[in-house]
Design a protein around this ligand. Sequence first.
Ligand SMILES: Nc1nc2c(ncn2[C@@H]2O[C@H](COP(=O)(O)OP(=O)(O)OP(=O)(O)O)[C@@H](O)[C@H]2O)c(=O)[nH]1
Length: 218
Amino acid sequence: MFILGSKSTLAPFETFNLSLNLLCAYLSIWAISHVFEGSRSHFSRRLKNLALLDPLTGAGNRLSMNHYFEVELQDKSQLYLFLLDLDFFKQINDEHGHGVGDQVLIEVATLLRVVLGRGYVFRVGGEEFALFSSFANEEAALNTAEQIRARFENTTFDIDGLAINVTTSIGVAKFKSTNSLESFVNQADKQLYKAKQFGRNKVYCKFKKEHDYETVVA
Ligand SMILES: Nc1nc2c(ncn2[C@@H]2O[C@H](COP(=O)(O)OP(=O)(O)OP(=O)(O)O)[C@@H](O)[C@H]2O)c(=O)[nH]1
């Protein structure tokens, strides 16, 4: 009580000095914590990217596909999955080397993002990609898958002066309310298998009648 009630014995200059010191200390702590917080969030972003992105192509990996499907995606009612695999990719590696193969994969991922537009691209295997997007109906989904197939057929990648052509086989699946991610992927995988089996550079899906393939799909 005595101390609280006592008059300050500090001279005005000392009071000013003390306030200045306190202000400096406060600003220093603020600046340090600010820098620390900045680098902490930078590293946490980098860690997240390392965990969720394929380091070669920058596309999402399997883990981010799971997160996207299970957590982020709210409305799956019009969802379609294109499972896309490059045809005879081993030949590119064998003929031009793994480095060129890597560059092709980077170009492929970029082209997929461009052609798909709104939608998500994940690299789920060496030369296999999973594309998720919503469409108004089956025809629209199939048309887009076919456009992607045709785009690859008509694109020549320039890799360090080498002209590289690669085609794709695509299996398409439409989401059903009973689907888990695994069963959804399996559904598309069955169609991809058919596309490979029946000649590659093709789009297959369950909801398209077999006889239509001759006319619509290459
Ligand atoms: N350059 C490169 N090649 C990869 C990578 N991951 C997988 N591969 C190669 O992809 C090739 C896949 O070969 P296969 O499974 O025989 O498939 P494919 O030659 O595309 O033939 P189909 O799929 O049957 O049309 C192998 O040569 C793998 O080494 C990668 O990250 N970089």
